[in-house]
Design a binder for this molecule. Structure first.
Ligand code: C5P
Ligand code: ZN
Length: 554
């Protein structure tokens, strides 16, 4: 069998090292004799991480205490240092606070496991390295397409093969962290997330099909789903409720049934086909590039019902749990706790009401939006909560309320700083714009700390740095436009190259060199069907050959 190119082997080696580090960390947790302290982030990714660790620790019959935090501040680390726990596990946060962890926890003799995917900040004193396991894909040269919950999954899987049934939570967190994207017409999770997805599928906890890429297939009235659809854009329909209604009526698609508004999942196959063809025709007629690129992976969680059976909607609800002060309910939902699952609707309603209030405030105060040549800023002060500002800017940005420029939103924080949330469209992302890089550079000037991803990034900066932040952003974007930064547009970055290589890995562990272009979705569908059909009679060993699991066997 072809052993693959050196690049492919490189990726496989890096993955092996990552899994090895997870296994070492998992062993140190398993053999730690006392109770364990767990701290995770309060967004969808952090909540999914919390659920994974909770289940994994319960399986090991470990005593633990979990907290879900807005951020890992120095104060929180100090508090943890005063507690009696001898081992602390951080997930979806921690890498940005290594120095504080070193000074306040390791130097007090505590053992620490950091499971994260954010950029590292600071170094650990050489003498105390034996007290910490820092498992972060960036440390192994893997830069994207893995979330905090994906890392928590690999960690949990390292602890016990039974935890393979938690892989779906790794995907849920990745979707919550906006780690869906496209390579040509393929749209879905990519790279390492694809490997975790295989585990989720083979463990029977997630199903993938191909469908129209509209948000809210189980909960959003179909005319609303069309109205809110900006990517894919439907000319003459996106952005207008009445045009969406008319579009459906002209196709003879009923808007209501006896229970109320119909959602995408209520449509018959025939109606879905008719709708897809009409959307493609509308896009083609209006000169949209690649009019037929309107489909994507639909991730279904078969043992959940209602909105929680669609991974995108589940991820939104997890996020809503965090942002409305109910992260615990999110953990319960992930673990299938019936009382928490029953509250999904209420949490989502409350969250929508709060976002609605914030959007109404923006509408009444249009001067809070400041547009410059290269960027658009939403300056909310204390009028929008720091917990909601990122969601508000995402909604505004996605729904076409803002021009297609990098968008920055600012809100006052409870502790006297400013929370910044930055977003760019897929179009700008594909052009090579990297918000993480931009925000990181700005924060070097303004003070504070920031990070995130190329398409969605955030920061906390001192209150007095607002204007400096805005002018720095403008100046970096201006320089970039005039080609002074050296960043090449349209060049594949390393992570995109990795995506292709990892996705090309064969089912039996061999690396095929083809990328996930044409035929990839069909291939995966067939693979999934085989997984489904063969589940009863296939023994574990055979299923374990799929996905990430093979790295645990070599
Ligand atoms: O908060 P928001 O959704 O805008 O964050 C976008 C991304 O930026 C997330 O990945 C988040 O973890 C990251 N971020 C960060 N440092 C901050 C705020 C956000 O790395 N201070
Ligand atoms: Zn995350």
């Amino acid at each position: 069998m072809d052993s693959g190119s050196s690049e492919e082997n490189g990726v496989r080696e890096r993955l092996k090292s990552l899994v090895k580090a997870c296994m070492d960390a998992a062993a140190s947790l398993r053999f730690f004799p006392g109770s364990v302290r767990v701290v995770t982030h309060y967004d969808a990714d952090g909540i999914a991480s919390a659920a994974i660790l909770t289940k994994a620790l319960l399986r090991e019959e470990k005593r633990f205490h979990l907290s879900i935090a807005k951020q890992l501040s120095s104060e929180l680390i100090e508090e943890l240092g005063r507690e009696a726990y001898g081992m602390i596990v951080f997930a979806d946060l921690g890498s940005g606070m290594l120095e504080e962890i070193d000074k306040k926890l390791l130097s007090a003799g505590k053992r620490v496991i950091v499971i994260d995917h954010h950029e590292r900040q600071g170094v650990i004193n050489e003498e105390r390295m034996s007290l910490i396991h820092h498992i972060n894909p960036l440390e192994f040269g893997i830069s994207e397409d893995i979330s905090g919950s994906g890392m928590s999954y690999i960690f949990a899987r390292s602890m016990n093969p039974e935890n393979r049934d938690l892989a779906f939570l790794g995907i849920l967190g990745a979707i919550g962290d906006s780690q869906t994207g496209s390579i040509r017409e393929h749209w879905g999770v990519l790279g390492l997330n694809q490997e975790i997805l295989k585990d989720a599928i083979s463990s029977g906890r997630m199903k993938v099909s191909r469908g129209l890429r509209l948000w809210g297939r189980n909960t959003r009235p179909i005319h609303k789903a069309l109205e809110y659809s900006m990517d894919p854009y439907i000319p003459g329909v996106s952005g207008s409720e009445s045009a969406s209604v008319q579009f459906l009526q002209e196709l003879g698609i009923e808007l209501r049934n006896s229970h109320g508004w119909r959602t995408l999942s209520d449509l018959s196959d025939e109606e879905k086909k008719k709708l897809s063809s009409a959307i493609i025709a509308e896009r083609a007629m209006n000169g949209e590039e690649n009019p037929e690129w309107i489909f994507g992976d639909v991730y279904d969680i078969p043992f959940m019902s209602g909105e929680l059976s669609d991974a995108s909607e589940f991820a939104t609800i997890l996020n809503a749990c965090g942002k409305t002060g109910n992260p615990w309910k999110g953990v319960g939902m992930c673990l299938g706790d019936v009382r928490c699952v029953d509250e999904a609707d209420d949490v989502l309603t409350e969250y929508r009401r709060e976002i609605g209030r914030a959007l109404a405030w923006v509408n009444r105060n249009r001067d809070c939006i400041r547009e410059s040549e290269h960027a658009v800023c939403l300056i909310a002060g204390s009028n929008i909560s720091e917990h909601l500002i990122s969601n508000v800017i995402s909604v505004m940005h996605r729904s076409g309320m803002l021009p297609d420029k990098p968008a920055f939103a600012f809100a006052d924080t409870e502790d006297g700083n400013i929370k910044v949330s930055a977003r760019i469209s897929d179009r700008l992302l594909e052009k090579g714009l990297d918000l993480k890089e931009i925000v990181t550079r700005i924060v070097e000037k303004t003070g504070g700390e920031g990070g995130g991803h190329a398409g969605a990034s955030g920061a906390t900066i001192p209150k007095e740095s607002l204007e400096l932040f805005i002018s720095e952003a403008e100046s970096i974007l201006e320089k970039r436009k005039s080609g002074k930064t050296g960043t090449q547009e349209n060049n594949l970055n390393t992570s995109q190259q990795e995506k292709i290589v990892i996705s090309g890995s064969g089912e039996d562990g061999s690396a095929e060199s083809e990328g996930p272009g044409e035929g990839e979705i069909e291939r995966r569908e067939a693979e999934e069907r085989r997984g489904q059909e063969g589940r009863e009679e296939t023994d574990n060993t055979e299923m374990e050959r799929k996905g990430l699991v093979r790295y645990f066997l070599s």
